[in-house]
Ligand binder design. Structure first.
Ligand code: COA
Length: 263
């Protein structure tokens, strides 16, 4: 079975070294039920060691929503045990995205609410369409965010603003999200994927080893048990044994573009 048709709730495609994942539950505004999250996790893990893939774009189908949250209908009757498992499993999915050795960009094409915003925040970058809307409205449901929204929102927009949005459930427009640092760029909706491709095409010219290391080093800073500075020192030192490092420095001195092989 080809990668294109092995999932029920997402679409996947590999084109020009970019892996596209599209959440495909448009009638439910791409709400993230358990199956959808599990498919996203499997899709991401499937490209971890695929050297053909140099970047990932994650988006939602249709023009209205990236993902309007966890699937409220699915969890409405869950008990404490089920609710705890829902959150723990969601954390695993989002960590698989955050730790993906290839750059992952969320192309936010509409509502990114609750779990949808948390999913976008687990990506390395976010590009928003002008009509995108962001928020953590869980408190409206008598809930706290369950997919690390309380952790990643302060990391991206600062503690004070994060408290405000987490506690008021206010919805943020794309321009505000840009001003606060939640998204990297805001573009017209019909240029959304193109903008993500432009960023990934630039990254594609760099050493995949160096890009994977940047992801590990930055993530190490936020990993409570790890010292990011110490982590970076070790990562940096290891490059002195890689062929890409030798090629990169040689190319610089020979005033030519580097030809990285990922070794
Ligand atoms: N979970 C489950 N279903 C959802 C959903 C969610 N998070 N968000 C939207 N849907 C469903 C709706 O139930 C509706 O399904 P139906 O047609 O079978 O009734 C469909 O998607 C369309 O949504 P609708 O509410 O009719 O669209 P709208 O344009 O009136 O409103 C929103 C859009 C995003 C403002 C609204 O859907 C909403 O508030 N969603 C929930 C957001 C939220 O609280 N997310 C956090 C969850 S933890």
């Amino acid at each position: 079975m080809s990668a294109e048709n092995m999932y029920e709730n997402i679409l996947t495609e590999l084109k020009n070294n970019i892996f596209y994942i599209t959440i495909n539950r448009e009638v439910k505004l791409n709400a993230l039920n358990i199956q959808t999250l599990s498919e996203i996790k499997n899709a991401i893990l499937s490209i971890y060691n695929n050297s053909e893939v140099r970047g990932v774009i994650l988006t939602g189908s249709g023009k209205k929503a990236f993902a309007a949250g966890a699937d409220i209908a699915e969890f409405a009757d869950f008990n404490v045990e089920q609710g705890t498992k829902l959150s723990a499993d969601g954390h695993i999915v989002l960590r698989a995205i955050e730790n993906c050795p290839k750059p992952v960009i969320a192309a936010v094409n509409g509502f990114a609410l609750g779990g949808g915003n948390e999913l976008a925040m687990s990506c390395h970058m976010r590009v928003a369409a002008e009509n995108a809307k962001f928020g953590q409205p869980e408190v409206n449901l008598g809930l706290t965010p369950g997919y690390a929204g309380t952790q990643r929102l302060p990391q991206l927009i600062g503690k004070g603003k994060a408290f405000e949005y987490l506690m008021t459930a206010d919805i943020m427009d794309a321009q505000t999200a840009l001003n606060l640092g939640l998204v990297n760029h805001v573009v017209p909706a019909d240029h959304l994927i193109e903008k993500c491709e432009e960023i990934l095409n630039k990254i594609k010219t760099k050493s995949p080893l160096a890009i994977a290391s940047v992801i590990r080093c930055v993530n190490a800073h936020y990993e409570k048990r790890a010292d990011g500075n110490e982590f970076e020192v070790n990562e940096f030192g290891n490059f002195f044994g890689s062929e890409d490092f030798i090629e990169g420095t040689k190319a610089f001195m020979e005033r030519r573009p580097a030809n990285f092989k990922g070794n």
